[in-house]
Write a protein that binds this ligand. Sequence first.
Ligand code: PAF
Length: 282
Amino acid sequence: MKIVTTVEGVREQVKAWRKEGKTVGLVPTMGYLHEGHKSLIDRAVKENDEVVVSVFVNPMQFGPTEDLDSYPRDLAADAKLCEAAGASIIFHPEPEEMYKDGFCSFVDMSGLTNALCGLSRPVHFRGVCTVVTKLFNIVTPDRAYFGEKDAQQLAVVKRMVRDLNMPLEIVGCPIIREADGLAKSSRNTYLPPEARQQALVLSKSIFLGKKMVEDGERDPEKVKQAMREVINTAPLADIDYVEIVDVNTMKSVDVIKGEILCAIAVKMGSYARLIDNFMMTV
Ligand code: PAF
């Protein structure tokens, strides 16, 4: 398995595959790969002849006070995981390769991004939409794979592809959890043992909220309040949001009905801001 660092290099490889009539899957990542990413690569390998995994910590999607510099990186471990999972190449460009001198073109979205993480991370989705569009243009995949853990990102990318007539399919893949319930995330590595233990309030609140809805609760305020109470039992937890929204609009719902997303974001002290969610059709 090759690591390709240039746009030109990826284009040549994809052109050769296309000549042989092969299909191509893309798994966009920021590296420091874990079981969650592996599940995306496994699915992509099953559904495509060749699979490109991009490993690029995209500076454009981080705010000025966020964790761009400390974001964990380990290309050697990523390469091992990708090779074992059967990926064909890793695309690992330097920021200068993706954003040439004088870069000034962006892909942005309104509506869906004016809620949840879009409120607390104002530049985030413009950065995501721009880099994902660039990756789609470079790799020209038949399918691209995204985790449901970043549910708003998945909804935003699906909408962008629909609105801008991008010729590929977006595949969402289920959240992968640690044995104790915590959703897998590269940012979990920021947590010292005490914070890691307390972070279990995220998944506990998600499981509780899901159970309440499954058991028939339709009042979003009651569900959110019960979830907040669970999260607030952890001294380090500082709630950014606990929301129940319509998955197609990202607007809060008055009654739990239709396709809903229940999403939370919680800061664990100054160590990490973690997210989790459940989606349900009621
Ligand atoms: O989900 C991520 O890791 C990133 O937001 C993505 C999709 C790779 C874009 O940089």
